[in-house]
Design a protein around this ligand. Sequence first.
Ligand SMILES: [Zn+2]
Length: 281
Amino acid sequence: MLGKPKAMALALILICSMQRAAWAAAPPNLKSNRIEISYVQPSNPAHQPIYEALQQRRVLERFKGYLSPLRLPRTLILKTAGCDGESNAWYEDSEHAVTVCYEYIHEVLRNAPEVTTAAGVTRQDAIIGPTIEVFLHEIGHAIFDLLKVPILGREEDAADHVASYLMLHLDKDIARQTVDGVAFMYAHEMQSESPGLKHFADVHGVSAQRFYNLLCLAYGQDPKLFADLVEKKYLPESRGEDCHFEYTQVDYAFRQLIHPYIDQAQVKKVQPKKLLRPARN
Ligand SMILES: [Zn+2]
């Protein structure tokens, strides 16, 4: 007969293994090439140039190709749309759709500096980075939902981690460019964020935390490419010294939970890294 603690431990082990088995059972009908795209005609004429520029640069087609190796149980829709004045982006689980608002892209364009900043961020960095990031962050939410990925901690932090991890796996020059651009965006947001307690109650981290988290993962993944982040004190040394472990933790979670759903034959076919390379114009 088992003592009470032993019986409890056994019950816990059984529950844990049942949960693990439930998760380990992959969702049915997994297939690659399950992305559909839509540029929704804006009702606000001010968004027309953005609508046209996104199509001209084939932004959604690129993400469709980039995500084509992901084996999903159903179609995921990526769309750009007018959002009645709301500068935002989201994943809607009832529609299995990621929406990025023209208002959000408009804000990115408005905030991008005309001339290269003292920190070396170009106008192109400040546009490309946040544009790639917003899609990857929302795609992170979509992956969690569609693949039923278990999440420890806040989902918004986890979606940020997915976005950062994927950005850091682009070609090195693009990874650097996107990190610089997204860091610029967070730094810009920090200036306009009032320091009220309300911000800390939000489901998202405050901009300063998101800024440091991104820099830490970048430095943790490639301390040579991102050495200047610590040298120039954008990332405090006290945080930087353990960033390798923070990156390793995210890398482990991604490999365990998401990597098994990536069709490697399709990866070779489409070379996803190249697809998010900005057009030369
Ligand atoms: Zn989010």
